[in-house]
Design a protein around this ligand. Structure first.
Ligand code: AMP
Length: 288
């Protein structure tokens, strides 16, 4: 695996290096890798000549400086995992290597996607995500880029970004990988102690039950029961649970309002924000 800090050197390697990569599969990450990340890499390897993984803890997408400084950065272990997974290129830049272009601070047009739900809880977060992905796409010019359904609103933001700026990049959204008790895998799960981590599967359990209830109750009734359940869990604080149109994050009251409806949830549990989601109706367009 070749490791690059410099955007220029990476760009040169991809176009003029020995592999002269025709199709790059790109997996952007913030490191502290787990099997969820590896599933994106595996898919990228199947569909492209070579895979570029980036590890960059992007300060622009953190609205909480404590969260940023506490973010795990086990780079040695990450590199071992990437080598084992057969990744050809790791891009591990510093801030200026990514954001050197003059317009890298320009606002990305996201409609209201960055101000609803997760965007409302974390002001500036999705602008930060869109800015870093825009810069990374410009450096790497991937054929395909891989994102997890785990961060559902992020996938909608990225689709909006590529519609406007990168019509040739195919976005592939991969399923959520979970821990044995149902908790969606996340680098932040490391902050839970063993006991809370085992119990944290209640979020997924609630989503599964919500989906089941939708078969015989109205969406409104099913949501009310699920909210009640989530609020009853000791130590948990429900931030939001909403059913949304998967194409634009518009909240729906009824499943008939959209072809694909996703329930998105965030629960704070033992000091950690747990994000999860489930498709209540239809299917995500897997790639665009
Ligand atoms: P992060 O390092 O948290 O920015 O995540 C990098 C990519 O991995 C994002 O596209 C995430 O959605 C994806 N990802 C994170 N957790 C999971 C998971 N449990 N299953 C599948 N993909 C995931």
């Amino acid at each position: 695996m070749k490791v690059f800090k410099s955007a220029l050197f990476l760009k040169n390697e991809l176009t003029n290096g020995p592999l002269r990569v025709r199709s790059v599969g790109f997996v952007p990450t913030m490191g502290a890798l787990h099997h969820g990340h590896l599933s994106l890499i595996k898919r990228g390897k199947e569909e492209n000549d070579a895979v570029v993984v980036s590890i960059f803890v992007n300060p622009k997408q953190f609205n909480d400086s404590n969260d940023l400084s506490a973010y795990p950065r086990p780079i040695e272990r990450d590199m071992e995992m990437l080598m084992e997974a057969g990744v050809e290129y790791l891009f591990h830049p510093d801030f200026d290597d990514v954001f050197s272009a003059n317009d890298s601070n320009a606002e990305v047009e996201l409609g209201n996607l960055d101000s609803v739900l997760e965007g409302a809880q974390r002001p500036g977060h999705f602008q930060g995500v869109a800015k870093v992905v825009k810069c990374l796409f410009e450096i790497i010019t991937p054929a395909r880029a891989y994102f997890g359904q785990k961060d559902f609103q992020q996938t909608v933001v990225i689709r909006r970004l590529v519609q406007r700026h990168f019509p040739d990049v195919q976005i592939v959204v991969c399923p959520i990988l979970r821990e044995p008790h149902g908790l969606a895998m996340s680098s932040r799960n490391e902050r839970l102690d063993r006991q809370h981590r085992l119990k944290a599967g209640f979020v997924y359990k609630a989503l599964l039950k919500l989906k089941e209830r939708c078969h015989f109750k109205s969406l409104e009734e099913a949501m009310t029961s699920t909210i009640k359940y989530l609020k009853s869990i000791e130590g948990a604080r429900l931030e939001y649970l909403s059913a949304v149109d998967a194409t634009n994050m518009r909240v729906v009251e009824d499943l008939d309002e959209a072809d694909c409806v996703v329930a998105v949830v965030v629960v704070e549990y033992a000091g950690v924000r747990l994000l999860d989601n489930i498709i209540l109706k239809g299917a995500l367009s897997e790639s665009a």
